[in-house]
Design a protein around this ligand. Structure first.
Ligand code: G16
Ligand code: MG
Length: 211
C-alpha cells in the first residue's frame, strides 16, 4: 500500500450541512420540499446532478432549460461559498488530523478525490491543503461518482496502481466508484471492503492490517 485517496465531504469534514442549507433555500424558492433524509441522496453527487434530483423530486425537471438549470446551480454555489467561509481547522472530522500526520510520517502518498469544485478552498480553510500530493480537478472529469473516473484520475495523479491504493468514502456512489476503479475501499458509515462507523477509527495500523 503506497497511497490513500480521500473523499472530502463526510470523510475529511462535514460540508453536507452547508450543501443542505444552500439547497434547502434554493428548493424553497422553487416551491419544492426537501428534508434532511432527501439530502442523503445528494451526498457525493455533483452540483448539477444534485439540482436535477431536486427538480425531479418536485416534478419540475421538465420545466427548466439547461441554461436555467446552470444559472440556479451557480446561485446555490454562491450561497455555499459564503457558508464555507465558516469552516476552520476545528471542523476536521475526528481522527483525521492525526491520521494524515501518521500517513505522512510513513511516506504514504495522499490524494483528494472529491466531487466538489470547492475542494481546494475547503482544504485551505481546514489548513491541510499542503498535506495532499494530488487533488483531482473535477472540472476535468466527465462522469461523476459512481463512475470510477475521479478515483482513476487520483491514482494517475499520484503515480500509483489501483492495487497500491486504498480509498476512504462515506457515500454509496463513492464506494461503487472505488470498486469500479479496482481500489480497496474503507466505508465510513457505509458498507465498503472494510466498514467503519467513524473516521476516528482510521489509523496507519489499521491500513497495515488490510495489506
Ligand atoms: C461533495 C458533496 C455533494 C456535492 C458535491 C459537489 O462530494 O457530497 O453533496 O454536490 O461535492 O460539490 P460542489 O458544488 O462544491 O462542486 P464529495 O465527493 O466530496 O463527497
Ligand atoms: Mg462524501
Amino acid at each position: 500500500m503506497k497511497a490513500v485517496v480521500f473523499d472530502l465531504d463526510g470523510v475529511i469534514t462535514d460540508t453536507a450541512k452547508y450543501h443542505y442549507q444552500a439547497w434547502k433555500n434554493m428548493a424553497d424558492k422553487l416551491g419544492i420540499e426537501i428534508d434532511i433524509e432527501f439530502n442523503e441522496q445528494l451526498k457525493g453527487v455533483s452540483r448539477i446532478d444534485s439540482l436535477k434530483r431536486i427538480l425531479a423530486h418536485g416534478n419540475q425537471l421538465e420545466s427548466y432549460e439547461p441554461a436555467e438549470i446552470e444559472r440556479l446551480a451557480n446561485e446555490k454555489n454562491e450561497e455555499y461559498k459564503d457558508l464555507i467561509q465558516l469552516v476552520t481547522a476545528a471542523d476536521l472530522l475526528p481522527g483525521i488530523e492525526s491520521f494524515l500526520k501518521e500517513l505522512k510520517a510513513h511516506g504514504i502518498r495522499m490524494a483528494i478525490g472529491s466531487a466538489s469544485k470547492n475542494a481546494p478552498a475547503i482544504l485551505a480553510r481546514l489548513g491541510i491543503l499542503q498535506d495532499f500530493d494530488y487533488i483531482v480537478d473535477v472540472s476535468e472529469i466527465v462522469n461523476g461518482k459512481p463512475s470510477p473516473d475521479i478515483f482513476l484520475k487520483a491514482i494517475e495523479g499520484l503515480g500509483v496502481a489501483a492495487d497500491e491504493a486504498i480509498g476512504v468514502e462515506d457515500a454509496e456512489a463513492g464506494i461503487e466508484a472505488l470498486r469500479s476503479a479496482g481500489i480497496y475501499s474503507i466505508g465510513i458509515g457505509v458498507e465498503g471492503d472494510t466498514t467503519l462507523t467513524s473516521t476516528a477509527e482510521l489509523t496507519y495500523e489499521l491500513l497495515q492490517k488490510l495489506n
